[in-house]
Design a protein around this ligand. Structure first.
Ligand SMILES: *Cc1c(COP(=O)(O)O)cnc(C)c1O
Length: 416
């Protein structure tokens, strides 16, 4: 087990190894294991943005809107058809995950006017819970919280027990941000739809890491971000997905001019188009969409099946090393052990996780800390090597053996 050569052999056999050169590695000594929070910068992105800024903005000026208008849909089509199992015309780029969740959730509640319950889980991403809490407050609805196992995620039975004929909407994350637990998207969706409710999936922690087939899973509504595994960069536009058949039946609550029929007639009253653009609000973030497009292309080229296989191999290797080296130091796995039930990151529990995390960062390894008492380790499969996992776990073992972490102040984590 204590065999660095084994990690080298795994890297030598990795078909995705060349993709490490397709992203910027500014500091080769640093082991970056937080690609699930902010993905690395693709090698092509800076040039692409430089060209867009100098040519499209600097030279083209307002005339560039002629093709900028289409960007939220063309990039959405690329994402939808290559990584989400959606058709063209079902995915729109823009705004943030939280804002898109708000829009789709409000639209869903309006489509079920006789039902008064919103269901989510108490371990869902905070912003998702807050958005749904705000909507429940505004509508006078009940927010029903599934009590989730924070290490194992939400089960189909949990969802079945929570839905009844008063439920308008269920919203869950496909991959839990803390534990990495992967929900059974198809089974959950069918339980929710059978109860007559609408279902919104948050794909922020799964898109680009887990093969997703929204159509075959029967998914009608989804949102997600592009700055994690998709490497779109800070503030990159999020996306929303609405299944074709449902689009004209739903109306989102922010009536902006980019959803308007014959936008430039500047007419007196809101009259939205029938298609996916009716979920748009305002001027799209063009530069951010270009950056997102570079990341989406790169992930699509690497291929989700290969990325998934490597993510399973990397996280399984990480867990193997943690079992052997870290369990004796009081660590416990806080993610599903079954690789088919987790996304692309692994979480380890330790009572001193905060201090250990700081000690690790000072030793050139970047995971992140998550409450309560957890170290979250995301070896993004596009650019993380097996040797990175080996060295990171080795350094973590040294931190424990030498007890250097006890010199770090006990402090609360920042939220992000
Ligand atoms: C990262 C993440 C978000 C991000 O929300 P923003 O509105 O883009 O800040 C939302 N949901 C989940 C599950 C996430 O992991």
């Amino acid at each position: 087990m204590d065999d660095r050569e084994q990690a080298h052999r795994l890297d030598a056999a990795d078909p995705l190894a060349p993709y490490r050169d397709r992203v910027v590695i500014a500091d080769p000594e640093q082991i970056y294991l937080d690609g699930n929070s902010l993905g690395r910068l693709p090698a092509t992105t800076a040039d692409r943005l430089h060209r867009a800024i100098t040519e499209e903005w600097g030279e083209g000026l307002v005339g560039s809107w002629a093709h900028w208008f289409d960007i939220p849909r063309t990039v959405g089509d690329l994402l939808g058809t290559t990584l989400l199992g959606a058709d063209a015309g079902e995915v729109l780029m823009g705004e943030t995950t939280s804002s898109n969740l708000y829009k789709l959730a409000a639209a869903a509640l309006d489509a079920r006017p006789d039902r008064r319950v919103i269901v989510t889980d108490d371990d869902n991403f905070p912003s998702d819970r807050y958005v749904l809490e705000g909507l429940a407050h505004a509508y006078g609805h009940e927010l029903r919280m599934i009590k989730a196992d924070i290490d194992e995620g939400v089960s189909v039975d949990d969802v079945r027990a929570a839905v009844d004929d008063d439920v308008a909407l269920v919203s869950l994350s496909q991959v839990a941000f803390r534990s990495g637990a992967l929900a059974d998207m198809e089974a959950v969706t069918s339980v929710v739809h059978d109860a007559g409710a609408l279902m919104i999936w948050d794909l922020a922690h799964s898109v680009g890491a887990v093969p997703i087939d929204l159509h075959s899973a029967g998914v009608e509504l989804a949102v997600g971000c592009t700055y994690k595994y998709l490497c779109g960069g800070p503030g990159a536009p999020a996306f929303l997905y609405v299944a074709g058949e449902l689009q004209s039946q739903l109306r989102q609550p922010i009536w902006g001019w980019f959803g308007q029929r014959n936008q430039f007639e500047m007419g007196p009253a809101y009259d939205p188009v029938e298609d996916i653009s009716r979920f748009a609000v305002s001027s799209p973030p063009i530069l951010g969409a270009y950056a997102a497009e570079e990341g989406i292309r790169l992930i699509a080229e690497a291929g989700l099946d290969r990325l998934r296989a490597k993510a399973i191999a990397l996280t399984s290797y990480l867990i193997e090393l943690a079992d052997a080296w870290l369990t004796p130091h009081g660590f416990r796995l806080a993610s599903p052990r079954d690789p088919t039930r987790r996304g692309a990151h692994v979480t380890l529990h330790h009572p001193q996780a905060w201090q250990i995390c700081q000690a690790l960062i000072d030793r050139g390894v970047v995971p992140d800390y998550r409450t309560p008492e957890r170290l979250r380790i995301g070896p993004a499969p596009l650019y993380t090597r097996f040797i990175d996992v080996y060295d990171a776990m080795h350094r973590l073992r040294e931190v424990m053996e030498q007890r250097v972490y006890i010199d770090y102040p006990v402090e609360q984590a920042r939220v992000t």
